[in-house]
Design a protein around this ligand. Structure first.
Ligand code: OGA
Ligand code: MN
Length: 224
């Protein structure tokens, strides 16, 4: 499956076929993973940008919890992040693809997705993110989580897979996704337990969340 197509203007768009598979995956099992979902050239530009940010010390250690609850917990997650800020053409291209995806998902599933927030993430060797869900039922303004992987030629012994667990039994692993450039993963934020297994090489990705309008969602997350 090659999910990105060239469109007039030279930028790649999303392939309708791949998007239908994504929607089916969300409906049938609550998650989707697709290889070569995002164009290789775009992934390379995003990877270069993340490596530049890292070299310039423009990444911050990620924590858990929002607002006052925010804590650094190396025993839970070990990545360093940089929120997307539309600084580069590559970021703007990726955000345009996600806007297109948001529209397609809304059209198919009436989820009322309203905005998208995302950060680059770099996991240094040895880092991991323990099993968790991305939002809690009832205060779910994060509705769908996404991850785009950026490392070309991820080695077989690289570790760093995303482990996906059963919705009704978080101890049962149902899939392992290799963090290879172009692979795109998405899942229902409040339902699907997942983890990043310890990586042996610097692991590069963009994690993002489609959110519901906070005024419709009932509760509002405090500012991050
Ligand atoms: C996250 C997360 C998974 C991944 O950032 O919340 O679960 O594969 N990331 O990077
Ligand atoms: Mn997560």
């Amino acid at each position: 499956m090659n999910a990105t197509l060239m469109v007039p203007g030279g930028l790649s768009g999303l392939d309708g076929n791949a998007v239908s598979q994504l929607v089916d995956g969300l409906v049938e099992q609550g998650w989707f993973a697709g290889e070569r979902f995002i164009d290789t050239t775009l992934c390379r530009s995003l990877h270069d940008e993340l490596q530049r940010l890292s070299a310039n010390q423009a990444l911050s250690e990620a924590g858990i919890g929002r607002g006052d609850q925010h804590r650094l917990r190396r025993d839970i997650r070990g990545d360093a992040i940089h929120w997307l800020d539309r600084e580069s053409q590559a970021q703007r291209h990726y955000l345009a693809l996600m806007a297109e995806l948001q529209q397609q998902i809304n059209r198919a599933l009436y989820l009322g997705l309203f905005e998208f927030e995302a950060h680059f993430a770099e996991y240094p060797p040895g880092a991991f993110y323990k099993r968790h869900v991305d939002s809690f039922q009832g205060r779910a303004n994060r509705v769908i989580s996404t991850v785009l992987y950026l490392n070309p030629d991820w080695p077989d012994d690289g570790g760093g897979e995303m482990a996906v667990y059963a919705e009704d039994d978080e101890t049962r692993e149902v899939a392992r996704v290799r963090p290879e450039a172009g692979t795109f993963m998405c899942f229902l934020s409040d339902r699907i337990p997942h983890a990043v297994l310890p990586t042996r090489y610097p692991r590069a990705s963009i994690a993002g969340w489609f959110r519901r309008n906070a005024s419709l969602g009932g509760r509002i997350d405090p500012a991050r």
